[in-house]
Design a protein around this ligand. Sequence first.
Ligand code: AMP
Ligand code: MG
Length: 327
Amino acid sequence: MICLGIESTAHTIGVGIVSKKNVLVNLREAYTTESGGIIPMDAANHHKDVKDDLIKRAIEEFEKLGKGKIDLVSYSRGPGIGPCLQVGKNTAAELAKSLDVPFIGINHCVSHLSVGSLVTPVKDPVMLYASGANTQVIAYEGGKYRVFGETLDQGIGNFLDSFARHVGLGFPGGPKIEKLAKDYTGDYIELPYSVKGMDISLSGLLTNLKNKHDSEKFTLEGLSYSLQETAFAMLIEVAERAMAHCDKNELLLGGGVACNARLQEMAGKMCKERGAKCFVPQKSLLIDNGAMIAYQGILEYESGTREKKVDIRPYERTDDVLVNWKN
Ligand code: AMP
Ligand code: MG
């Protein structure tokens, strides 16, 4: 079976085409701003503007491979920004009609997890899902993907982007902070560390960082370095505790922030100390992408899921998803 998946939960519209074994095509276009965050209608209009060309290019690339025909279309139904999700759903509906194939809606967070098993040997991991809006530690237990820990206020990526915006770096801020941190050779600057049970909180840390920056007593490099050391240690701590609690010996990274080399290094170290394995898919599958939506489409369709009510679910949680594709 071959599926074309459409991702449009936030800033990225992605079109991916996959088989059960391989990613065949994975294209994306991202909405960016010079300053400020995502304006929902602007992002949705961006997606509307580029969608036709993106699908055309994806199908052309796919046809060149000579791998047969597309059997299914999937789209991310949530969680995400309503107007952006609507573009994805409408595009999927139109495309499915024109190709005369079925289409189904997919939970974005769960597909980040599933795609790990398409491209790495991971079997039963705890996933640290560190993206813009979402920050969760997820594992499969008792027939469901359960959230063992999460942010109590904002996603790690949004936190990085907010600090970046405050100090005059554009969006997305994560890669810029990573670069500044890398060049720093000074001491760690003390920052508040906030792990509450299995959850983390980032807003106090953000305020503290903004105040420190505004006091002009610290360099941006020093703050960026110390920010990463603090916030990432919080993520790794809850991920490690979830691994211990669930007795799992694999960690899978997902989400745009997982592109960060320092976070990957910390995750690898923690796993090594526990005798566990750390899996990191390639960057094009860590960030929001259509290929993971397509792969999840195949898993669910082959397990019998059929779209009864075509809709978007902007607030759908990972643990709301009925899992029928695992045995
Ligand atoms: P996603 O929502 O999964 O597409 O991820 C987007 C988020 O990832 C944005 O908040 C970016 O700032 C962040 N991001 C992307 N690359 C990096 C990086 N190298 N280090 C830290 N954050 C990153
Ligand atoms: Mg995501």
